[in-house]
Design a binder for this molecule. Structure first.
Ligand code: FES
Length: 77
């Protein structure tokens, strides 16, 4: 599905950039142009970024939250 009609950018491309680390519509715009023209898709782009980050966080908790559990903390050297 196209998210950015001005530049013909798909949801798939935006999700890919978010998985690769894009954290704002501006970063997505730098990567593919989505959001760089009329701006009508920026909220949708930001929403997709939030979705992808939530999905990644559910699969791969940050190291900070992983080490909150003492049972998996590294042993002292
Ligand atoms: S719809 Fe994305 S910049 Fe216009």
């Amino acid at each position: 599905m196209l998210i950015c009609l001005c530049n013909g950018i798909s949801e798939r491309k935006i999700r890919q950039l978010a998985r690769e680390g894009a954290s704002s519509w501006r970063e997505v715009a730098r990567g593919c142009g989505a959001g760089a023209s009329c701006g009508g898709c920026r909220r949708a782009v930001d929403g997709l970024i939030r979705e992808v980050r939530s999905e990644l966080e559910a699969v791969e908790p940050t190291s900070a939250s992983a080490f909150a559990d003492d049972s998996i903390a590294p042993s002292p050297a």
